[in-house]
Design a binder for this molecule. Structure first.
Ligand SMILES: [Zn+2]
Length: 452
């Protein structure tokens, strides 16, 4: 038996199996049970949301000899033939592949003959907006006066490209992107039945990347299962999808918060050079920022690894990168909108360098702004110097005027570590990004505080 993809195996066979399109399904079921099926339907919506599957279920339902309510039996000869794609009265035209000229011409000639089985002829035209003008005109002629025994189902991802004369003759249904919980639930169900071993986090990642498309989600599951011989790990999935681990996203945001534009741009180029799809990366980044923002509004502490990050920063970053993601759809070089977002973010988040006196409160009081700057400096220092970072974290920072930072330590050892010349220079270099006028660091033991 030839290998069948999960999507084919789990393709909905009944109305009840169509995921996430309750509004469409209920209306179609009613039409079938009351015998009020329209002559032309227009199914609009993103790819992989079940448009052609719903069309086939409808075709089965109107021709099934053994229907239960609105549901086709899936076992009679008509149902079996339609499912196998061999039914004479159900014709699928893929306008994307050949633009439909010959098929529509043939359709026009044959449409007037009654169906062989005495039920309905169903014409399913996928990606109907791709039809040539000639084919459109031919289709329109038949739509103007459709014979009693014919049902058209036109499916498209881009309804705005259809002539109004076509749209106005159809009953329109909008298929929506399938929600993440529904995708995850379906993935879980399919994996359990297929006997796949799946690491935690895998379904979430697939659902995120599939972006509302069940077909894409099952396609990814299929590839991942084949790659890992029915065992799916997060690491394999990342390399398959070209996604990046959360740690990379965290690093990028960390660079932005601490104003390291150069490092952030470099990281972007590394992601690109690593063969990752930048649009997927952009989506992951906005998802990540969105999660952080939700956490911030839920009162959770900001991400532990990003101590300098405030709620306002998150709103700023999310706005910038959501716009970049949008602009990438039209960009010829995908990296440019991302780079622009990084540069803009650096300008907006970084404390104004021309006014250091405003950025931190001079004197010994610790303003929130000073705390924020210190958090960023500390985060950056920890990144550059992991062994000494924890020692620096023990210091009590006091900005003593615009050019002097006093670090008060309780332990001699901590003071010695940070005050070592190479460490002090590193710290001052980081501080200089925030205080272009220069910032001198003085390390003291707590009891000495207040001395020079
Ligand atoms: Zn049947």
């Amino acid at each position: 038996m030839p290998y069948q993809t999960l999507y084919r195996i789990w393709r909905p066979r009944r109305f009840a199996e169509i995921v996430g399109q309750g509004h469409v399904v209920r209306t179609l079921q009613n039409a079938v049970t009351t015998g009020r099926v329209a002559h032309a339907y227009l199914f609009c919506g993103p790819r992989g949301t079940g448009k052609t599957s719903a069309a086939k279920v409808l075709a089965k339902a109107v021709n099934c000899t053994n229907r239960a309510g609105a549901e086709p039996c899936d076992t009679c000869s008509s149902c079996v033939a339609i499912a196998a794609g061999t039914a004479l009265d159900v014709l699928e035209i893929d306008a994307a592949s050949n633009r439909g000229v010959d098929e529509v011409r043939e359709l026009r000639e044959k449409v007037k003959f009654r169906p062989a089985t005495g039920g309905f002829k169903v014409y399913i035209v996928d990606e109907v907006h791709m039809l040539t003008n000639e084919a459109f005109n031919a289709l329109l002629k038949t739509l103007e006066e459709p014979p009693e025994h014919v049902i058209f189902v036109l499916a498209t991802t881009e309804p705005h490209k259809l002539p109004l004369t076509i749209v106005s003759r159809c009953q329109r249904f909008d298929f929506r992107r399938i929600g993440k919980p529904e995708l995850v639930a379906r993935l879980e169900e399919v994996s359990a039945r297929a006997g796949l071993l799946v690491e935690p986090g895998v379904f979430d990642l697939i659902a995120r990347v599939a972006d509302g498309s069940l077909r894409d989600a099952l396609g990814i599951l299929d590839q991942a299962a084949a790659l890992g011989e029915n065992r799916i790990t997060l690491a394999d999935l990342h390399s398959l999808l070209g996604t990046v681990a959360g740690e990379v996203l965290e690093r990028l945001v960390g660079h932005l918060v601490s104003g390291e534009t150069g490092a952030a741009l470099l990281l972007l180029r590394e992601v690109e050079a690593g063969g990752k799809e930048l649009r997927i990366f952009a989506r992951e980044l906005t998802d990540y920022l969105r999660r952080l923002l939700m956490d911030a509004f839920n009162g959770d502490k900001p991400a532990a690894a990003l101590p300098g990050l405030r709620r306002d920063d998150l709103i700023e970053l999310l706005t910038l990168f959501a716009r970049a993601e949008q602009e990438m759809r039209l960009a010829t070089r995908q990296i440019i909108p991302l780079e622009l977002a990084v540069v803009t973010a650096a300008q907006k988040l970084r404390p104004a360098p021309e006014a250091p006196g405003k950025a931190v409160c001079p004197g010994r009081a610790k303003a929130p702004e000073a705390e924020r700057v210190w958090a960023s400096v500390l985060a950056e220092f920890r990144r550059q110097n992991p062994p000494v970072g924890p020692w620096l974290a023990r210091a009590e920072p006091v900005f003593d005027g615009p050019h002097k930072l006093v670090l008060a330590f309780r332990e001699e050892l901590a003071k010695e570590k940070v005050a070592a010349p190479e460490n002090k220079v590193m710290l001052e270099k980081i501080l200089n990004r925030y205080f272009p006028g220069g910032m001198r660091v003085v390390c003291v033991l707590s009891r000495e505080q207040g001395e020079p």
